[in-house]
Design a binder for this molecule. Structure first.
Ligand SMILES: C[S@@+](CC[C@H](N)C(=O)[O-])C[C@H]1O[C@@H](n2cnc3c(N)ncnc32)[C@H](O)[C@@H]1O
Length: 183
């Protein structure tokens, strides 16, 4: 939706995401065959740039034209200005799918089919902390339930899964789920 795009454009200017690569990628990207990668809701491309530097061809998808404009022009990076609420993933296209700090359940359900055989998914985002409901300001629609992520990749070889308390970028207590799995 156009309002979402404008809201995110403003948010990217007023509350910029960090430029450092998500630490989970530094640890686990080497498990994937270097080939075609998808960065779901890539933002300003901190993780897209990392994957392209490693040799991946990256589909970098986001609805914010401002954020996509921060991503360098590079023949290994294909930028898609797309609203993921209305976008379907191509089947068996990717050797690696990363989804960091974003949740779209409709899209989550398409990731298993979007991966090639032996493809790797690295997924990390916030979950509901049922024992601390007063904490955090995030909309529950954008929060995973405990164990939801591991169930979404049933049948995959789960290489790493953790739910842990962290401090989010707003300085609030939050809980994070991290998953690395191979198809
Ligand atoms: C918290 S940021 C995370 C960005 C990136 N994954 C990272 O870790 O740096 C969430 C991103 O989701 C994008 N986004 C939000 N709703 C979206 C939608 N419906 N379709 C596509 N992108 C969306 C925003 O523009 C923003 O870049």
């Amino acid at each position: 939706m156009i309002e979402d795009k404008e809201r995110w454009n403003i948010r990217h200017v007023e509350k910029p995401m960090p430029h450092y690569v998500a630490p989970i990628l530094e640890k686990y990207t080497e498990l994937a065959n270097v080939g075609m990668a998808l960065d779901v809701a890539c933002g300003i491309g901190r993780n897209t740039h990392y994957l392209a530097d490693l040799g991946f061809i990256v589909d970098a998808i986001d609805l914010s034209d401002y954020a996509l404009g921060q991503i360098r022009e590079d023949k290994k990076i294909i930028k898609h200005e797309v609203d993921l609420d209305f976008y379907d993933l191509q089947k068996q296209k990717y050797d690696l799918v990363i989804n960091i700090n974003y949740l779209n359940r409709r899209l989550l359900s398409q990731i298993p089919d979007a991966l090639n055989k032996d493809g790797v998914v690295i997924f990390e985002t916030f979950i509901v902390a049922h024992d601390k409901p007063e904490k955090g300001s995030m909309n529950p629609d954008y929060l995973l339930e405990p164990n939801e992520l591991i169930k979404a990749f049933e049948g995959f070889n789960i290489i790493y899964y953790e739910e842990k308390d962290v401090i989010n970028l707003r300085g609030e207590e939050a809980r994070l789920a991290s998953l690395v799995a191979r198809k």
